[in-house]
Design a protein around this ligand. Structure first.
Ligand SMILES: NC(=O)c1ccc[n+]([C@@H]2O[C@H](COP(=O)([O-])OP(=O)(O)OC[C@H]3O[C@@H](n4cnc5c(N)ncnc54)[C@H](OP(=O)(O)O)[C@@H]3O)[C@@H](O)[C@H]2O)c1
Length: 237
């Protein structure tokens, strides 16, 4: 089989809705095989008729065994893993004074610890391709603390950015490239709960999906460590 006939395989967490759903649909459209990690696996409408290239896997980021099970299922069915899109995330809008340890732990569990376990579980497979890709949906909240209410979330997203850099460092010699994707408001359920701005003035998840598809399709010699994208003007983003 020539390299052009190989169907690359991407694992996308939190693919049930929002950004993850759009990323999975875009990757399938661009010829990838997609393995969808969902708390409640349901075949998306865009996947109907493409079941040979779509896998649904029960995945809860709070279950510390879930990543290894998912990787095993993907390898059993497709035999390779080329990219991880660690997208599942939660936001608890509390200041660092209001939040208690349970809030901080909950965000670190889904936003940081689960993506690290996913990279670890898929590591050998990612390295075996010679061009493995790891994307984490971090946030501009991983680059600056925009408001008091975003403070606790920012703790986890700064850590998510650090995780991506740490994976890039660990895997560079083996062809693994890692990117922290850092959006501002994206028109999903998460942003709807946080801002009154109309959805059409926010970054669209379909546009972010195209950006992520581009990032994981770049050659090893075009490593992008961070990608910031914003719907509004800020001093640095
Ligand atoms: N929207 C924004 O403005 C924005 C901006 C910057 C960064 N981000 C980041 O982008 C990512 C996606 O956000 P979104 O806007 O698409 O959010 P969303 O619409 O709220 O969707 C969140 C996704 O994460 C999944 N998820 C949550 N907890 C999970 C868990 N314990 N195990 C497995 N899946 C879980 C959800 O699954 P269920 O359907 O089962 O709940 C859902 O698929 C997140 O990491 C978020 O922090 C979002």
């Amino acid at each position: 089989m020539s390299v052009h006939q190989i169907k690359r395989v991407a694992l996308i967490s939190g693919a049930s809705r929002g950004i993850g759903n759009h990323v999975a649909a875009e990757l399938l459209r661009q010829g990838w095989t997609v393995s969808l990690g969902m708390r409640k696996p349901v075949m998306p409408t865009w996947a109907v008729g493409h079941e040979d290239a779509v896998q649904l896997v029960a995945y809860d980021a709070d279950d510390t065994q879930a990543e290894q099970r998912w990787v095993n299922e993907a390898l059993q069915r497709f035999g390779r893993i080329d990219a991880i899109v660690a997208n599942a995330g939660i936001m608890i809008p509390k200041t660092v004074i209001e939040a208690d340890d349970e809030d901080i732990d909950a965000m670190f569990s889904v936003n940081v610890k689960a993506p690290r376990r996913l990279a670890k579980a898929a590591w050998d497979a990612l390295c075996a391709t010679g061009c493995g890709r790891f994307i984490i949906l971090a946030s501009l909240s991983g680059k600056r603390v925009k408001s008091a209410a975003a403070g606790s979330y920012s703790l986890s997203k700064f850590a998510a950015v650090a995780l991506s850099h740490a994976i890039r460092q660990a895997g560079f010699d083996k062809g693994v490239r890692a990117t922290a994707v850092c959006p501002g408001f994206v028109a999903t359920d998460m942003a709807a709960a946080l801002t009154d701005r109309p959805a059409d003035q926010l970054t669209q998840p379909a546009d972010l999906a195209c950006i992520i598809a581009m990032l994981i399709s770049l050659p090893n010699e075009a490593s992008v460590a961070e990608f910031a994208v914003n719907c509004q003007l800020e001093e640095f983003f």
